[in-house]
Design a binder for this molecule. Structure first.
Ligand code: BMA
Length: 850
């Protein structure tokens, strides 16, 4: 028996439009590929990300496209040998007909499911084989299916109903942050495999005992063809830690004192490699490797002290984790051009932002391995949705079969990643069901009967997917949807919630985020414009474009959210004094507003992480970390990985140690009638959030300044030797806003600092009277941002309080470690910088500058 041979079929590919006689085959731009990338490469379409070109390329999605290649039959496939030849397609997007040498060998309809076809008898003996894959219009096929099933109660948010009928990435239909670009093509690799036996899969059931002293790794393989012996090797850092050769397909390893995998900053991310080798007659026939991490991961849902409902927190290696992080959408509309490095850079940006969890949202894709590899390496936990979002999905029998297969294949491909700690059935489909009152009787447990209701997809989320997970990843928590739990999906006391009453919904003030808390907030967000550099990149004439102003038609086009103008304006007008011109200052104001908004959510929710039995809020995932094209959206980093200022304020809130403050007005009327005799007390509340795993004792110093004169009005150690127990928030103090008189309180800027026993300042926060627009902000005469001699840091100071000092630099290679800091007189704030040179010009911008 000969070893399995894997031949990548990534050469000689050509493409053409089938329903256009004039179209001739042209070489592809890359492989794997998407049709828009190939058309772009040949300059047959304008860049859909520039201006309004998206509109001019819509025809592509309603056309039929063919991809063709030729390849020679390798040696070893002949009637004399027992070898077979298999074509393996890792991903075909979406309605694909595969024809080999004139014969149809495969028809597939699910972009997410890899396919394998035995073509042993279909290859030519000598010479070239011709492989043609034709992609029908997913959009039009979707509508045909909608019409074929008129009894289903079709409906969705974002895109249109045709998407619900098609197992293709749902954001391709357009979303409230993304363009409608219905692409197609062989989006993942294609291989030809020659073998008589092969390893079909290698998977591991890992159990770390409660004491964390031993890990049991059960290794399983499946074999196609004649089974031989299997050798398993377990390695860590290139050194073998265990090995076994077995007659069967499985082996069990007990690893004593395992090197455990932790989320970033709670420990290291050691990754063991498990290799299975299929041996026949002393010869290695095939092998497969998985990189795994040993960790104990649990989702703890138990009663809480003094509050209703149950907790919802992740515990890794017995450590409860406050999951500050964000939601992830696909990094591009054309995924084949996102390489490993780009995935790594994105996840690195997340980890560098002190974020501990990322949620792969259900309207995108089961991500590329490179994404999860980076999460494994950098210690970022993953919440993984199945790919359904914002709609009432149909459930005819063939579709359910396709979905089951999709679920099995994707769980199989992803189950070894230690970073993935939860799978969820869908994004907001229960919320959609609630909004249009679909039948969803929680007390009806007869799964088959759900298929007869107007909400048949319940069968997918509560039967098919949990069954697949139970069978394939019994140790990983399955959640029917995000959000899910409690009396309904809005119940803040059980499960997760999506908190959209800031921006969408009732459009609450973000200062009230404390009242909008839930046990785990897996979505919430606020929009801001992307960097001016990004805007200039999508304006057809760049800096000279006549549409280079905030309300222009082109800039509006690059915002897909309903009512975005009104909502951005609402939150700006409620909070700051701003003007639409110049663009730079306007963009800054939107980013400042977003930064203030999101940081206040993290700050106020993290305050509810109060230690054992009091994990009232255990997670905050901001919608969203990234963009798939240059756009104004809720993203905190734009398409080009340029952080908006919120990235930094969130990073500060998720630091291992932070100090939180809020200002609250208490009114004590003398009796119930008076409008005059009211004692008003404006209090400052201060707490410390110690997310580290050791107790810390600190002094808390509070200082105050008058916003107009810049004069310091108070400096006091309000609490001495305060114990901040590990891994929770602790209240430190509450007192009236320090100011010479009550009337001065509304102009008093108050800062608090946590100082450890060595006298080192460990945390800092500046609290401003709100709304900021009522303040008479002064323009500083001496705002200094000085690059250090070694070009590693910038020292920022001013003689009056300055809100939101942003450091800016033309050169994108200059990266600041922090930004948008509040400056108070007498203090120098040092910000780390990378990539700066002596000649680097750093400028500043702040609220009220213009
Ligand atoms: C959430 C998401 C997305 C959407 C976002 C902003 O509910 O799940 O569907 O893009 O809101 O509206």
């Amino acid at each position: 028996m000969e070893p399995r041979v894997v031949i990548p079929l990534d050469k000689n590919w050509e493409f053409k439009q089938v329903d256009n006689e004039n179209s001739k085959y042209l070489p592809v731009s890359q492989f794997p590929t998407h049709v828009h990338l190939d058309l772009l490469h040949h300059k047959l379409i304008p860049d859909p990300y520039i201006g309004k070109n998206e509109l001019d390329v819509q025809w592509i999605g309603e056309s039929i496209w063919a991809y063709k290649t030729t390849f020679t039959t390798p040696d070893g496939v002949s009637s004399a040998s027992s070898n077979k030849a298999v074509l393996a397609f890792d991903g075909l997007d979406t309605f694909a007909t595969v024809v080999l040498n004139g014969k149809t060998v495969l028809e597939s309809e699910n972009m997410f499911t890899p396919e394998r076809v035995d073509v042993t008898d279909g290859l030519v003996k000598d010479g070239d084989n011709e492989l043609v894959i034709t992609f029908d219009s997913a959009y039009l096929r979707g509508w045909k299916l909608v019409e074929k099933y008129p009894d289903h109660k079709w409906g969705c948010w974002n895109g249109d109903n045709s998407r619900l009928a098609v197992r293709k990435s749902q954001y391709h239909w357009g979303w409230d942050w993304g363009p409608a670009l219905l692409t197609c093509g062989p989006w993942r690799p294609v291989h030809l495999e020659i073998y008589s036996s092969r390893l079909g899969d290698l998977w591991l059931d890992i159990a770390v005992d409660e004491s964390l002293k031993t890990a049991t790794v059960k290794a399983h393989t499946s074999i196609e063809g004649k089974a031989g012996r299997i050798r398993f090797d377990v390695e860590l850092d290139g050194r073998t830690v265990a090995a076994q050769e077995v007659d069967g397909t499985d082996a069990t390893f007990r690893i004593n004192d395992p090197e455990l995998w932790y989320p970033a900053r709670y420990g290291k991310q050691p990754l063991y490699t498990v290799k299975a080798t299929l041996i026949h007659g002393g010869q290695n026939i095939d092998s497969m490797e998985k990189r795994i991490g040993l960790r104990r991961a649990q989702l703890v849902q138990r009663a809480l002290k003094q509050q209703p409902g149950t907790s919802f927190f992740f515990e890794i290696n017995n450590i409860p984790i406050f999951c500050g992080g964000s939601d992830w959408i696909p990094a591009d509309n054309f995924i084949p051009r996102i390489n490993k490095e780009r995935y790594h850079d994105w996840v690195k940006l997340v980890a560098d932002g002190n974020q501990l969890m990322i949620r792969v949202w259900g309207g995108g894709i089961y991500e590329e391995q490179a994404f999860y590899d980076a999460c494994d390496e950098l210690g970022v936990l993953v919440w993984q949705d199945f790919m359904f979002g914002c709609g009432n999905y149909p459930a005819w029998p063939e579709l359910l079969k396709s979905i089951e297969c999709e679920a099995e294949e994707n769980v199989r491909m992803l189950r070894h990643h230690p970073s993935i700690v939860i799978w969820a059935g869908n994004n907001e489909d229960y919320q959609y069901a609630e909004s249009v009152d679909l039948t969803w009787d929680k007390n009806n447990h007869d799964a088959e009967s759900w298929l007869k209701t107007d909400f048949p997809a319940r069968y997918i989320y509560e039967k098919i997917l949990p069954d697949v997970c139970q069978k394939m990843i019994p140790a990983t928590y399955y959640h029917p949807g995000s959000p899910w739990g409690g009396v309904d999906t809005r119940d803040p006391t059980i499960g997760d919630i999506h908190q959209w009453n800031v921006w969408h919904g009732t459009q609450e003030k973000y200062q009230n985020f404390d009242k909008l808390v839930g046990r785990f907030v897996s979505e919430f967000g606020m929009e801001a414009f992307p960097s001016v550099k990004t805007i200039d990149s999508f304006l057809p004439l760049g800096k000279n474009d006549p549409d280079r102003y905030p309300q222009s038609s082109t800039i509006d086009f690059h915002n897909k959210a309903d009512g975005h103008e009104r909502r951005i304006a609402l939150y700006l007008v409620e909070n700051m004094r701003y003007a639409p011109d110049p663009l730079e200052q306007f963009v800054y104001c939107t980013q400042l507003m977003q930064a203030e908004c999101l940081a206040s959510a993290y700050r106020l929710w993290k305050r509810q992480w109060k230690g054992p039995g009091r994990e009232y809020c255990a997670g905050a995932l901001v919608w969203q970390i990234n963009d798939c094209w240059p756009v104004t959206s809720w993203a905190i980093c734009d398409y080009y990985l340029r952080p908006k200022h919120a990235y930094y304020t969130v990073k500060r809130e998720m630091a291992p140690l932070s100090v939180g403050m809020t200002r609250r007005e208490h009114r004590y009327p003398k009796d119930k009638y008076t409008r005059v005799d009211i004692d008003v007390k404006t209090q400052i509340e201060i707490w410390g959030s110690n997310l580290m795993l050791e107790d810390l004792t600190v002094d808390c110093i509070v200082k105050a300044w008058d916003v107009e004169t810049g004069k310091q009005t108070s400096c006091e150690t309000v609490v001495k030797d305060k114990l901040l127990p590990l891994n929770r928030s602790t209240e430190i103090a509450a007192f009236e806003v320090p100011a010479p008189t009550k009337a001065d309180q509304a102009r008093s800027i108050v800062a608090s600092y946590l100082i450890d026993r060595d006298g080192k300042q460990r945390a800092r926060y500046v609290n401003w009277p709100e709304p900021l627009k009522y303040l008479h902000l002064q323009k500083p005469k001496q705002l200094v941002a000085k690059l250090s001699d070694d070009c590693q840091s910038v020292a920022v100071s001013a003689e009056v309080p300055v809100k939101g000092v942003a450091l800016e630099c033309e050169n994108d290679d200059v990266k600041f470690e922090d930004n948008l800091v509040d400056i108070v007189p007498g203090e120098v704030v040092t910000i780390g910088v990378k990539g700066a040179k002596e000649s680097t010009v750093i400028t500043t911008r702040y609220l009220g500058m213009i």
